[in-house]
Design a protein around this ligand. Structure first.
Ligand code: ZN
Length: 130
């Protein structure tokens, strides 16, 4: 299943295709925001610039889905909410991580993976801890 793209988020998927993980920074008050939207929730400005995010974060929360199975996903399916930076949190799937090793607060690196020729998405990979 593909995410729905609109005028307000198409640029975000385009950035991922080009290998950039980004959010929006308000041109007037500087607030960084995600998910994408036309208006700053703090000052109602319509002006914004692309804001590059670091390719790492920590797990804020997660679930491991078992049911109902959706075709094209592998189960059990970990879904993580990642604290990235500047107050931005993003929901994503994981790569190379056993569900049992996921933990709140665990550090992850973020990788952008092309799931098909038209779509690239961010995935979280648990950092090696020793
Ligand atoms: Zn603002």
């Amino acid at each position: 299943p593909r995410p729905a793209t609109t005028h307000d988020n198409g640029w975000w998927f385009d950035a991922l295709k080009e290998g950039r993980l980004v959010a929006q920074r308000c041109a007037d008050c500087g607030r960084v925001r995600f998910p994408t939207g036309p208006m700053c929730p703090s000052c109602h400005s319509l002006g914004w610039q692309e804001h590059t995010l670091p390719m790492e974060g920590t797990i804020h929360s997660f679930v491991v889905a078992h049911y109902p199975p959706v075709p094209s996903f592998d189960y059990p399916l970990p879904i993580v909410l990642v604290d990235i930076a500047d107050g931005v949190r993003m929901v994503m799937n994981t790569v190379g991580s056993e569900p049992a090793s996921l933990a709140i607060g665990a550090p992850v690196t973020i990788e952008i993976i092309a799931t098909d020729p038209e779509l690239s998405l961010p995935f979280a990979r648990l950092k090696e801890t020793s």
